[in-house]
Ligand binder design. Structure first.
Ligand code: GLP
Length: 242
């Protein structure tokens, strides 16, 4: 079931999403957070940092597991998701870095790394809340439109539209990695709660497909219709086609 929280704009989306994350951490201080990258959650992370600095939020017992990582980017690369998480959240809050997990995009053997990461997720004993953004093509994590839903962490060839969308973060389009490691739909759907954020007109088609379209691996986010506890926090532009 998808509950929709409609906001005026990006800033309100970020604050309302931070309320949900903060409530989770407050009510269960050893929560396992499934975390996401991309431009969408940055404002929410800033709000969580502000609350942590103010003494209103404590990450000391929180553990986290991230959705995805590019293949082939060193952790020091400013577009690696490892770098993103450190800079946008981890180094600004009192989370234990040893309790934060991402797939290793620098691994030699991607299949072995995917198996290892699946075990990391299982070892967490269940994700309490999974944060998601949504791609313009309806991808979640890096689960691109496909013939079938992937159950587990896997190596994905990025869609042309994703490469183009993410080129803005790189010096040129040719610098965007072509492959990524991503949690599978099965692992995402196993989270107890899901919080998905969307902002802007570019997401309106995908949001419509997610909420109102047929459930199909061609629109990966549509699978969320089958999850019992999804909250979509989205601004008016992202909801404009519903
Ligand atoms: C990226 C990420 C997703 C993210 C999506 C949208 O490529 N792998 O986790 O949700 O695309 O990104 P943005 O929030 O920048 O629009």
């Amino acid at each position: 079931m998808i509950t929709i929280i409609r906001t005026k704009n990006y800033d309100e989306m970020s604050r309302r999403a931070a309320n949900i994350m903060a409530a989770q951490i407050t009510l269960k201080n050893d929560s396992v957070l499934g975390l996401a990258t991309g431009s969408t959650p940055v404002g929410m992370y800033q709000e969580l940092i502000r609350r942590c600095e103010a003494g209103d939020l404590d990450f000391s017992r929180v553990r986290s597991v991230n959705l995805d990582e590019y293949v082939g980017l060193e952790r020091t690369h400013d577009q690696s998701y490892y770098y993103f998480m450190n800079n946008n959240l981890f180094k600004h809050v009192n989370i234990d870095p040893a309790q934060t997990f991402l797939p290793d995009g620098t691994c030699k053997d991607t299949e072995a790394e995917c198996r290892r990461y699946h075990d990391v997720i299982l070892g967490m004993g269940g994700v309490d809340i999974q944060l998601l953004g949504i791609g313009g093509n309806g991808h979640i994590g890096f689960n691109e439109p496909a013939e079938a839903f992937a159950a587990r962490t896997h190596c994905v060839q990025l869609a042309e539209s994703t490469i183009k969308a993410n080129a803005r973060f790189f010096a040129s389009e040719s610098d965007v990695p072509r492959f990524a490691l991503s949690m599978g739909i099965g692992e995402i759907m196993a989270a107890k709660k899901i919080l998905i954020l969307a902002s802007g007109k570019a997401k309106a088609e995908a949001v419509k497909g997610m909420v109102a379209g047929p459930v199909s691996p061609q629109m990966p986010a549509s699978i969320l219709q089958f999850h019992p506890d999804v909250t979509l926090v989205a601004d008016e532009e992202a909801l404009s086609l519903l």
